[in-house]
Design a protein around this ligand. Structure first.
Ligand code: H53
Length: 792
């Protein structure tokens, strides 16, 4: 029902919460007033859900994650509460543009990549399915850095998203927990007692996570670090102002930024502190809730399913044992069993350098009791499994992947291929010891945000054809299959995509001053910058294409716009060089009058969730070109396919399952398999051989090394080219020719609308399985043993 007075509610918030009036209000003021008005609509439901969970004595899911890449929350809330029409009408009545108001909200900078976005999709699906759950993480004051380019180079600046009034969170002043670091372990009355040297407080901030149609809402509880004691008046009065502020500044350091540079010892220490900080606070909180609701400790696994998102919260194993054994007197063996009954661990990468290891020295210095408990857990595990030895510590380091595995009752991979490889490689020995422990849960994405909300044109078309049930049951997209043979449907499908592309082209012109032809093929690679993701394979193919077009400017070229976006970790020099090269190539290619009708290149700064929501609905082609065996799953691949952008990709991660579902003729496959890459890597001189065999690749590399794209600094990319022609661990050169050929197959298909649109539409109709609702149901059945609650 349309509430005619919704605009009055907004205005009331504007006046009484913000203290301004309509004549003087800025767009920001209006956005905040609208957010408060929408928030009013969800708080009752949120409190009711939390009450219902308590009353039912339900098992809760606790999702511990360093990242929650939630993006903007206003539009999510409007869509899930089904307030679209009401908000639109109210804003029009107030003379405001709904798009402008919604886009004024800054993205919450609480994550970096797929792992963090997956956590956000899971929170949305948990709420939409009515599963009682709490997400736990860190309330980063500055989050991940903001990216810009200066002469093509990445520059990092602190993100200041929290300097504005953050309307969605509630600070829980009564939930402040004390945590310790350092110190020593002493024995008192035969018991180990940890006397920490340094203490900080973890302050809780809650954000409601509302599900589809507002039937259920959960909580995202984020911790900020605060000093134990307030302001030091004594020191201040003695004139020592800096010292008076020091304790506070030090404590706050912990929740200042996401992924502080950990190439230094201090950086490593801070990172471990962050991990312990949020994990320990969350476990205390979970135990308090359990104890408040009155249960016997041994029953904890019946009430709490605690999911460790990657190894970042892996210290949860020893910490939970410490809380149960040291602090509550449970015998050690039983404490280990109880903790294991609660804990499960998701592995998101097989790359050895990304599986965390902490030096024993650092661990002993920062968490001395945990180091002892890790040794006890290790010994107990070895005793239970005689003859097989997997050490939790090796070469003076604690291996967090192994620790998480040993302390979890289930360990999951994130795609079928990744889970198989996990069993064969990083956890082969542990898998032999515990053959039932590893399970697969292929990732998914929430259809509410990634189709319904991000792509209203396509959503309307789908709803017109099959009704709205697909939004909470994405498998229903299968019922589009008969429409795929209907020319009128395919026409409407193409019209929706063209309109999305026209919108994107208009925004690119306005926001970035770049003009592109909306009829061109929009080829998009957006993700963290990493050698294994091979953005450099894409840019080398771009260079080769540019050279071919120059050699034959009147050829039948299919116009393309190559769009890149993504951040490089501040300490990752090679990734930054890839960004620089792409920007340099863009400068030269876009200015070339001979070719720029056919080819444009752009690297959009500061990739985030909102930019993804803009780009994905307008994409024609999805670039998923990682070296096979290296991308655990990918989730962008699912979003593109769902929005009708076929994939050009390798047999890696969830690409394999996407291809199985959309059909091989609707997927542009290229490159070596994971097995083949192992063999190829062993061949001496594999890169040089590949370069010698393909003059396009040789020519592209030569152009880069000769400074064609860096005329004022000709040697800029010597190191880059040296890496590829020499070591080339990620096999860019060896996969180049296959990639080039696949791109030409893309050109041919795109040039024929009778081929392209059915292919694009089949991608939408056949990827309903990649809903995160399906993934969450899998976790519930195979890992958590949790069930949804009927809120009524
Ligand atoms: O996690 C995604 C996967 C993706 C993988 C990503 C990821 C991070 O974003 C960060 C750390 C990490 O170990 C893995 O790269 O393949 O889709 C969610 O599972």
């Amino acid at each position: 029902m349309i509430d005619a007075r919704f605009s009055d509610t907004i205005t009331r918030h504007l006046i009484y919460a913000l203290g301004t009036d309509p004549d003087h209000a800025t767009l920001r003021d209006w956005r905040i007033a609208l957010s408060l008005a929408v928030r009013d609509r969800l708080v009752d439901r949120w409190l009711a859900a939390s009450h219902a969970a308590r009353k039912a004595g339900a098992k809760r899911v606790y999702y511990l994650s360093m990242e929650f890449l939630i993006g903007r929350l206003l539009e999510d809330a409007i869509v899930n509460l089904r307030l679209e029409d009401e908000v639109r009408a109210a804003l029009s009545a107030l003379g405001l543009s709904p798009e402008a108001v919604i886009q004024d909200e800054p993205d919450a900078a609480l994550g970096n990549g797929g792992l963090g976005r997956l956590a956000a999709c899971f929170m949305e699906s948990l709420a939409s399915l009515g599963v009682p759950a709490i997400g736990y993480g860190i309330r980063y004051e500055h989050g991940l850095f903001r990216q810009s380019f200066v002469e093509g180079r990445q520059v990092e600046e602190p993100e200041d998203w929290l300097t504005q009034y953050h309307t969605w969170e509630f600070k829980r002043r009564n939930v402040r927990l004390r945590l310790c670091f350092g110190g020593e372990v002493v024995e008192e009355a035969g018991k180990a007692v940890w006397r920490g040297a340094e203490a900080v407080m973890a302050q809780a901030h809650d954000t409601p996570m509302i599900g589809w149609q507002g039937r259920w809402a959960n909580t995202l509880r984020l911790w900020s670090a605060e000093p134990l004691h307030g302001f030091d008046l004594d020191r201040f009065n003695r004139g020592d102002y800096a010292a008076a502020a020091e304790a506070e500044a030090l404590a706050r350091t912990i929740s200042r930024v996401l992924y502080p540079d950990d190439t230094t010892e201090r950086g490593k220490e801070l990172r471990l502190k962050q991990e312990y900080f949020f994990t320990a606070a969350s476990l205390q909180d979970i135990l308090h809730r359990f104890e408040d609701e009155g249960g016997a400790l041994a029953d904890l696994p019946k009430k709490a399913a605690i999911q460790l998102n990657d190894t970042h919260p892996a210290i949860a194993g020893p910490e939970l044992v410490r809380l149960l054994h040291d602090e509550r007197g449970m015998p050690l063996d039983q404490a280990i069993e109880t903790a294991r009954g609660c804990l499960s661990y998701t592995n998101h990468t097989l790359m050895p350098e990304a599986l965390e290891c902490w030096s024993e020295d650092l661990m002993t210095r920062l968490l001395p009791r945990h180091m002892q408990l890790i040794e006890r857990i290790d010994a107990a595990h070895a005793a239970e499994n005689p003859g097989r030895k997997v050490a939790l510590t090796a070469h003076g380091e604690v291996r967090m992947g192994e620790l998480a595995f040993v302390m979890a009752h289930k360990v999951n991979g994130v795609s079928a291929l990744h889970t198989d490889l996990m069993k064969q490689t990083v956890f082969a020995e542990l898998h032999r010891m515990h053959p039932d422990r590893i399970v697969n849960q292929t990732n998914g994405v929430t259809p509410r945000r990634w189709l319904f909300s991000a792509n209203p044109r396509l959503s309307r078309l789908i709803t017109g054809a099959i009704g709205e049930g697909w939004v909470c049951d994405l498998d229903q997209l299968e019922t589009l299959e008969p429409s795929l043979r209907d020319p009128a449907f395919l026409d409407a499908y193409a019209t929706a995509k063209r309109a999305n592309k026209a919108d994107l082209a208009a925004w690119l012109a306005e926001a970035h001053g770049i003009t592109v032809d909306p009829e061109a093929l929009f080829d998009v690679q957006i993700k963290r910058i990493h050698e294994y993701k091979r953005q450099h394979l894409n840019i080398l193919e771009t260079i080769a294409l540019w050279r071919e077009i120059k050699a034959n400017p009147n050829g039948p070229w299919v116009p393309r716009v190559k769009i890149f976006a993504g951040k490089a970790a501040p300490g990752y020099a090679f990734a930054k060089e890839i960004i620089h090269l792409i920007n340099d190539v863009a400068t030269v290619v876009n200015a070339d009058p001979e070719t720029n009708r056919f080819l444009k290149v752009m690297f959009l700064p500061n990739y985030n969730v909102s930019l993804a929501e803009r780009l994905i609905p307008a994409a024609d082609l999805s670039e998923q070109i990682s070296t096979a065996g290296k991308e655990a799953s990918g989730t962008g691949n699912m979003k593109f396919a769902l929005n009708g952008a076929p994939t050009i990709g390798t047999l890696d991660g969830a690409n394999v399952e996407i291809r199985d579902r959309v059909g091989e003729e609707n997927f542009f496959l290229f490159g070596m398999t994971a097995e083949e890459t192992e063999i190829r890597r062993a061949a001496p001189d594999h890169a040089r051989q590949a370069i010698a065999a393909d003059t396009r690749l040789g020519g592209a590399l030569k152009a880069v090394s000769q400074g064609v794209f860096s005329p004022r600094d000709r040697h800029r990319y010597r190191g880059f080219v040296g890496n590829l022609t020499g070591h080339d661990y990620f096999l860019v050169c060896s996969d180049f020719t296959a990639y080039w050929d696949a791109q030409r197959r893309v050109d041919a298909a795109f040039a024929d609308p009778g081929v392209w649109w059915p292919m694009a539409a089949r991608n939408t109709a056949r990827t309903g399985w990649f809903s995160s609702d399906r993934t969450i149901r899998g976790y519930m059945a195979d890992i958590w043993g949790a069930v949804p609650i009927d809120p009524a």
